[in-house]
Design a protein around this ligand. Structure first.
Ligand SMILES: [Zn+2]
Length: 116
């Protein structure tokens, strides 16, 4: 069954990509709506946050592409639903994202940094 997400819902989801530190830290699955990477923030050794401004929470940049288009599952948005992800990606990036044309998502294992 096809779901249609309203522009208002997609716009609301866009707001979950900024100042999202509290949600990201509670999430076990995050999706980048630009490059399609999915990862568990609990398992990542390095999460690139932006500097907080005016006391607001930090914004997570995608560890794989550096774009601030990451939503965690604790936000309540269906971050594992392809149709939702493609709808957001198309609308936010005007079909210029890496996944706007239906490129599959890729579940990323954590980046492990080995130290001797
Ligand atoms: Zn990305």
């Amino acid at each position: 069954m096809s779901k249609n997400y309203s522009p208002a819902f997609i716009e609301k989801a866009h707001r979950a990509t900024i100042y999202n530190e509290p949600e990201i830290l509670k999430s076990t699955l995050c999706t980048c709506f630009y490059c399609g990477a999915q990862f568990n923030p609990q398992g990542e050794e390095y999460l690139p946050w932006t500097d907080g401004t005016g006391g607001r929470p930090h914004t997570l940049l995608c560890p794989y592409c550096g774009i601030d288009a990451v939503i965690g599952d604790s936000s309540g948005f269906p971050v594992d639903e392809l149709e939702f992800i493609y709808a957001c990606s198309s609308l936010w990036f005007g079909f210029c994202s890496r996944i706007a044309h239906g490129t599959p998502l890729h579940r990323r294992p954590p980046i492990l940094i080995e130290v001797d």
